[in-house]
Design a protein around this ligand. Structure first.
Ligand code: 4AD
Ligand code: MG
Length: 456
């Protein structure tokens, strides 16, 4: 269908006083005795194009005024009183009608209600803005890593190894639910792969394989977690960016995290001004200032041990105890990012017992060279580490956790053949989108959230 994007019509001055054809959906409408008005949106911009209908030219505009109708309008683009442009309709064609049971009528709906209509909620302004920001962030992530010669690799989604070792893997099977077997091995021997398989929780282990050949790689794809965490920050299927860098130690990894986050946030500041203004007004006052500060200030850095001291001294009554050796609870992470630092902060060098087997063991014998980046309002948006490059220490760590080395032969081989310090991190795209938009529930920044007890 020949037509012009509403974005172009509204942003390219050469359209002023020219005739154009636009297509879109009626978002709001107004009727009066001699005139009618439709705000048309085609998804190319958050802004609606006002269509001005003179009833002397278009006698019965009623069918075009129904919210949600798909229209094609030919008309002249003219300056409008608010400094933008509008279109004086010459002809209107109803491409797709929209009856009154269409749920997105004028009034503002809650995000909770909109979650119940995932096939329609994207037409609301909030989602128009969220998904453009998500798209721009994704493109900027590729630009950042491509610009630094990282190789984009596609790691498998079906895998036999549970990288994070937390037992949060979804099974992949073709066997019927009532199949009986004497042992687990026997059960899986008859299965499609002849062995136990699941959906990957992380592409890191395969990413390390690639980094040991290509030096610098990143993955960008879905990861799956069967965590029973019914929180505003967890989904069972999320998009995961995982860079892996050879000849790198923890400070190098931290440097890449900080510069990549700054790069992509800057891209959104430059490319999505309307969207950010919308979020600043409707979701998080001061959002744009926060993002401008993020790109110009250093992130905080604190060791886990120092963080525990800060939390112990805090003038706050935490629900969960603060003890060296324990995991940081959400309330602790919030305090560190929001109160103690007031900006994104790297917590480094966690106790080895609460972190994964593959992390580089520090000389103190107690901690590992790991880091989480905690962001105000969202909590952990990145988890990363230097990897254990020493064969003996890696095997020991696996043994301490009761892991079977047989399943990790390839991974272990990397420490036999040209091992080198290396490291990387995992960025949860949805958590970053939450931070950049001020949207508080992860279910509102992904097209179809998959969460415990519900597939929307
Ligand atoms: O901290 P995680 O579990 O680390 C890893 O998976 C490492 N293998 C990454 C690496 O070093 N290559 O996950 C990394 C990030 C988290 O910081 C979080 O942003 C996101 O992935 N994430 C989730 N996002 C949404 N819902 C979930 N259930 C998530 N689990 C992790
Ligand atoms: Mg983590």
């Amino acid at each position: 269908m020949k037509h012009t994007d509403i974005f172009d019509v509204m942003n390219d001055a050469s359209f002023v006083n020219a005739t154009a054809t636009v297509c879109g959906w009626a978002r709001t409408s107004r009727d009066s005795k001699t005139m009618a008005f439709v705000e048309l949106n085609d998804g190319t911009t958050l802004k609606h194009l006002q269509i001005v209908i003179d009833k002397e030219k278009i006698a019965n505009p009623a069918p075009f005024l129904k919210l949600g109708s798909a229209l094609r309008v030919v008309g002249q683009i003219v300056p409008s009183r608010n400094g933008s442009v509008e279109m004086n309709a010459e002809s209107i064609e109803l491409i797709g009608e929209c009856p009154s049971e269409y749920p997105l009528q004028k009034k503002r709906h809650t995000l909770e209600y909109l979650r119940t209509i995932p096939h329609l909620r994207l037409r609301a302004n909030t989602f128009n803005a969220v998904f453009r920001v998500r798209s721009v962030l994704s493109a900027a992530i590729h630009e950042f890593f491509q610009g630094r010669r990282y190789v984009y690799v596609h790691t498998p989604i079906v895998t036999a190894s549970d990288c994070e070792g937390a037992g949060e893997m979804f099974r992949v099977t073709t066997r019927p639910w009532n199949a009986e077997a004497k042992s687990e091995e026997e059960y899986y021997a008859d299965d499609f792969f002849g062995q136990k398989a699941g959906l990957s929780v992380s592409g890191q282990l395969e990413g390390e394989v690639a980094a040991m050949a290509f030096g610098k790689i990143y993955t960008f794809g879905p990861s799956f977690r069967a965590e029973c965490s019914n929180t505003p920050r967890h989904v069972a299927e999320f998009w995961h960016v995982e860079p892996e860098i050879a000849f790198a130690e923890l400070p190098d990894v931290i440097e890449v995290v900080e510069s990549s986050i700054k790069y992509v946030v800057k891209a959104v500041l430059e490319r999505c001004p309307n969207e950010l203004a919308f979020f600043d007004k409707n979701f998080e006052n001061g959002l744009i200032d926060k993002l401008n500060r993020l790109v110009s200030e250093d992130f905080g850095v604190v060791t886990y041990t120092e963080a525990i001291e800060i939390l112990k001294k805090a003038d706050v009554k935490f629900e969960f105890p603060v003890e060296w050796g324990g995991d940081l609870a959400t309330e602790h992470e919030k305090y560190l990012a929001e109160v103690a630092f007031g900006k994104p902060v790297f917590v480094t060098d966690y106790p080895k017992e609460i972190k994964s087997f593959y992390m580089k063991q520090n000389p103190d014998g107690k901690t590992v060279a790991a880091t989480d980046l905690l962001a105000p309002g969202v909590g952990e948006i990145i988890g990363g580490s230097e990897r254990e490059a020493d064969l003996g220490k890696l095997l020991q760590a696996m043994q301490d956790r009761g892991m079977s080395t047989a399943e990790y032969e390839n991974y272990i081989d990397l420490r036999r053949f040209g091992s080198t310090p290396h490291g990387g991190f995992g960025l949860g795209l949805e958590r970053l989108v939450m931070y950049v938009t001020g949207i508080e529930n992860i279910r509102d920044v992904i097209l179809y959230p998959r969460v415990v007890n519900k597939v929307y």
